[in-house]
Design a binder for this molecule. Structure first.
Ligand code: MOS
Length: 739
């Protein structure tokens, strides 16, 4: 029996908590998909097409089949047909490339799987794969980077953009482009498939174990309860692991066919062929403004490349309708098909490339107006989301801009190009604003309260390296008023209560309600036990007069007797009590939601330029975000920093290049596809202004996985303009264009 106590003083929310799974990772005991090995396991290596357009004529496996350790060379017709699925986000049935592997002999992109070598060891499978002789009828592929929309649709429109533009005294009309970017998580895609004759277990690299289970069950024609997807640790994904790719059904079908566990791991080059990318995008931005800087018209017309198989749309206008106040607006989207693998969501899909264009154009407008670019954003601050015609749930972009300007020292900026010098270098200062959607997915969780004072919180969600284990532990600890060390988090397993995707920066916001509801349900169950049982002061009481709060049962009438859940369980001689809860999604639920829910931010970037040696460096970044309440200041900052590093890579280095003759990505390795490294990145100064968005969840937390990338590239290239006077309208920037 506890003495009457003040409300528990533990406050986990907001703390800078190191990852609870950190020790497992640094000691090498965290088990990723490929760390799973089974007796009798075979290794599979896919054979990718070496043409990008045409037909497979014949696959000669005779030599390969004779090689040591080879168990099978599987090709079209050798596996039970894999079914085509109609992708559906609402049904958690999303797939990037709906064409099932080995479905036909038509080749539509370089690297498309045409066969699978299976052997006792990886080396034997690889050697066999290299020996399989495939003959093709090849045609010239279309990988032309210049995009002309084959189909176009209007995404958002208000007023009359053309007449608003015609009437504006100051206009900008500019074209922007980004090169295809390939996701490059350190962990390549992999599947370990185990079939026991009844149940298929997949150890996966997946950002959504439930979606992955549903897709694989349907593709293979198995009941969903006979498929289990496990992804306990993931070496990141950036969107490339949101939906299953063909390696997964191939490995699973091979495991079923051969009756042996199969391990299939993609090589780094295969990552550039067959598991998505952010496509090439071209955009035309037209802005019209008054001499006071107020926008009169905004037009954004974008085209993205997609594959022959799919109509992947990069929603570049995601942030455009709500970013600024403008009476006349028109956003159109177009597609152009190419002989390239299907693109997919890559960190901040849509908004990131969209904001590169619109925030660059805003900078161009500021220059033309002779107006400070921060001021230009401030005068165009909207009072409501003019796209949806509804208020914002919580919008504090103005504070991001003003606080960022203050922290950066923006008032010392002289606007003339090349007017700022330091240590013999030219200094450029640029800025950009940004936005990213805030929403929830449907999500469930369970909690078990135990008599030793520990708890287990579980959900079929996953931690892709973002800190989900840690924030879930914090949420449970906070709700129960216990130390975080007493919380065990169990995720990454489709057999747990149906959780949400690690996608769209929405998982954290999605988990708040289900965890709180699960705790409340467990508390209710505990009260029922206490009322019915002996040995507690609550025995025989009316359950309605008791409450469960901060992990304790107490009387509602102020009776000072309270007991912690573990005290109650021990008194009742009961080991554990559990509860389950769920929360409803908000994403895509209503055509016109009552509130517009987004995060906002502002980046301020300093570059230095040494023309004599053509050296451009990013020397300073200050970024401020309005992302609701921050649950963990360390993991949140880490997410933002990683995203800014990616933004520096997007601006300066990243671009997948396709060979015009073969259609192959020619820089499909880390030597030639350059990403930003420590040497390219200065210390990053990240700030959060914390306005809890209580419309989104009880903690007021939004997500922080993607917003940090939005706007970064534009802030950088705007700084380049300020330093050198060269306007970068195509990414990545080429150093020779600065000379
Ligand atoms: Mo993110 S592109 O939703 O993984």
């Amino acid at each position: 029996m506890s003495e009457p106590q003040a409300a528990a003083s533990i406050t986990e929310i907001g703390k800078a908590r190191a990852r609870v799974d950190g020790p497992l990772k640094v000691t090498g005991t965290a088990r990723y998909a490929t760390d799973h090995n089974f007796p009798g396991m075979l290794y599979a290596v896919p054979i990718g097409s070496t043409i990008a357009k045409g037909k497979v004529n014949a696959i000669d496996t005779s030599r390969a089949r004779q090689m040591p350790g080879v168990r099978a060379i599987l090709k079209r017709g050798d596996l039970a047909p894999i079914k085509r699925i109609t992708p559906s986000l609402g049904d958690s049935l999303m797939v990037d490339e709906p064409r099932p592997p080995f479905n036909d002999d038509v080749v539509r992109y370089y690297g498309q799987y045409v066969a699978l070598a299976v052997a006792d060891t990886f080396e034997e499978a690889k050697a066999a794969a290299d020996t399989v002789a495939v003959s093709y009828s090849a045609e010239t592929p279309n990988v032309d980077p210049h995009l002309v929309a084959e189909t176009t649709k209007v995404m958002s429109e208000r007023g009359n953009a053309a007449s608003g533009y015609a009437a504006a005294p100051v206009t900008i009309d500019a074209h922007y482009a980004i090169s295809p970017e390939t996701h490059n998580p350190i962990e390549t895609h992999a599947t370990v498939a185990v079939w026991d004759g009844d149940t298929l277990t997949l150890y996966e690299t997946s950002q959504g174990v439930i979606n992955h289970r549903n897709v694989l069950a349907d593709m293979l024609g198995l009941p969903r309860d006979k498929v289990r997807v496990i992804a306990k640790f993931i070496g990141s994904g950036f969107g490339s692991k949101l939906w299953p790719w063909s390696q997964s059904p191939l490995a699973a079908a091979a495991a079923i066919k051969l009756g042996r566990p199969i391990k299939l791991v993609l090589s780094r080059p295969m990552m550039f062929h067959a598991v998505g990318h952010r496509p090439r995008i071209e955009q035309r931005i037209r802005l019209g403004a008054g001499n006071d800087g107020r926008l009169m018209s905004l037009q954004q017309d974008y085209v993205n490349a997609t594959s022959m198989l799919d109509d992947y749309e990069e929603n570049c206008g995601e942030a455009t309708p709500h970013m600024y106040s403008v009476p006349n607006l028109r956003v159109t989207s177009g597609l152009a098909k190419r002989n390239i693998g299907t693109p997919t969501a890559m960190r901040g899909p849509g908004a990131v490339p969209g904001l590169f264009a619109t925030e660059s154009a805003m900078d161009e407008l500021a220059v033309k107006l002779g107006m400070d670019p921060v001021q230009l954003r401030l005068v165009n601050e909207p009072r409501l989301d003019e796209g949806l015609g509804v208020p914002f749930s919580s919008r504090h972009l103005k504070e991001c801009l003003t606080l960022g300007a203050e922290k950066f020292g923006w008032s010392k900026r002289t606007p003339q190009v090349a007017s700022m010098k330091r240590d013999g270098m030219t200094v450029g200062w640029g800025m950009a604003a940004c936005s990213w959607i805030a929403a929830r997915f449907d999500c469930s969780a369970s909690i078990e309260l135990r008599d030793d004072g520990t708890v287990r919180v579980a959900s079929a969600s996953q931690d892709i390296g973002t800190g989900t284990y840690t924030v879930m532990a914090q949420m449970a600890a906070e709700t129960l008023g216990i130390a975080i060390e007493r919380v065990e988090v169990v995720i990454g397993d489709s057999s747990l209560p149906t959780g949400a995707l690690s996608g769209g920066s929405m998982l954290t916001a999605s988990l708040v309600a289900p965890i709180n509801a699960a705790v409340a349900a467990a508390g209710k169950a505990l009260i029922a036990l206490a009322v019915a049982g002996q040995n507690t002061p609550f025995s025989g009481a009316n359950a309605n007069e008791l409450q469960f709060s901060r992990g304790c049962i107490a009387a509602r009438n102020g009776d000072p007797h309270t007991m912690t859940f573990d005290e109650v369980l021990r008194a009742l001689n009961t080991r554990a009590v559990s509860g389950q809860g769920s929360g409803e999604g908000s994403f895509g639920v209503e055509e016109r939601p009552k509130l517009s829910s987004h995060s906002f931010g502002a980046h301020f970037v300093e570059v230095t330029w040494q023309p004599d040696i053509a050296r451009l460096r990013v020397s300073r970044v200050v970024s401020v975000f309005d992302a609701g309440r921050i649950l963990n200041s360390m993991t949140a900052r880490n997410q933002i920093e990683g995203a800014i590093v990616m933004g520096i890579g997007m601006a300066l280095f990243e671009g997948t290049e396709y060979d015009a003759a073969s259609g192959a990505p020619v820089n499909a390795n880390f030597a030639d596809y350059v990403v930003a490294t420590n040497a390219d990145v200065p210390a990053l100064d990240v700030h959060f202004i914390e306005y809890p968005d209580l419309n989104l969840n009880a903690l007021g937390a939004r997500g922080v996985g993607e917003i940090g990338l939005a706007g970064t590239a534009a802030a950088l290239t705007n700084a380049v303009y300020h330093a050198i006077g060269v306007r970068i309208r195509e990414l990545p920037l080429k150093i020779e264009s600065l000379l």
